[in-house]
Write a protein that binds this ligand. Structure first.
Ligand SMILES: Nc1ncnc2c1ncn2[C@@H]1O[C@H](COP(=O)(O)OP(=O)(O)O)[C@@H](O)[C@H]1O
Ligand SMILES: [Mg+2]
Length: 233
């Protein structure tokens, strides 16, 4: 088991229907990801990167093909089981942070632990540790709209990692930040993923972000090309 890749996707297909026509977004994509790898997923706008992350997260189900994660065939899970798997094992970071606006910083970070039914005292201890890690202990009672973009993304990173997911998916995590803030967020995210031996897949347009990855996957018309390319720049 330990020699198996963390994740294997084979012949993944995803299409949507619009005005009676089927549009293929993911077209027989196949790839593997090892435990602890940091992957950059590159590709033109509209090439299917976000859709692929949603498939890996179990937010969308493939029309065809298979996703096996940690020995479990996600693509055959019924919806309730998929939701449970996602809550326990996946962390998701978005370009626009996607914090819950009516919850405080503290409450946003605590949410994944609540969904995993972690006891209140342990939850509190872990949230305080993560607030310390991201340097926002003094903002724990603030609401997301009272924070800068970089601060919101730090909260989103803590929220994505606090339940120790096996796979962290980040959809253009620095895409809405200025260059310096983006670099600090990138350092934080890759540093924490490494420290916690987590597997990280980052969608990005940035060569700097991609240069921090162990490996680059490229999406092209819904297919994964250059699946084994190591970075050239
Ligand atoms: N359920 C859907 N309904 C309509 N269009 C969709 C749906 N899912 C994906 N698309 C379209 O598929 C294409 C790929 O989307 P996306 O995965 O968001 O690409 P990327 O993240 O690479 O920019 C886009 O043109 C998007 O509008
Ligand atoms: Mg996208």
């Amino acid at each position: 088991m330990s020699n198996q890749p963390l994740l294997t996707a084979s012949n993944l297909c995803f299409a949507y229907q619009e005005a009676g026509d089927m549009h293929t977004v993911i077209d027989t994509a196949s790839f593997s990801i090892e435990k602890g790898e940091v992957i950059a997923l590159l590709g033109a706008s509209g090439s299917g990167k976000s859709t692929l992350l949603n498939l890996l997260a179990g937010i969308e189900q493939p029309a065809n093909g298979k996703i096996i994660m940690a020995g479990q065939t996600l693509s055959s899970f019924p919806e309730p089981q998929l939701t449970l798997f996602r809550r326990q094992h996946i962390g998701f970071i978005y370009q626009l942070f996607n914090l819950i606006p009516t919850l405080t910083v503290y409450e946003n970070i605590a949410l994944p632990l609540e969904l995993c039914n972690i006891a209140a005292d342990l939850r509190c201890q872990q949230v305080m540790e993560w607030l310390d890690t991201i340097g926002l202990q003094n903002r724990q009672h603030a609401f997301p709209d009272q924070l800068s973009g970089g601060e919101q993304q730090r909260v989103a990173i803590a929220r994505a990692l606090i339940h120790q997911p096996m796979l962290v998916l980040a959809d253009e995590p620095t895409g809405n930040l200025d260059a310096n803030t983006g670099l600090r967020i990138l350092d934080l995210l890759t540093g924490l993923a490494e420290q916690h031996q987590q597997t990280l897949v980052m969608v990005t347009h940035s060569e700097i972000v991609a240069s921090r990855a162990h490996r680059v996957l490229e999406m092209n018309n819904g297919k994964i090309s250059k699946a084994n390319t190591t970075l050239a720049w």
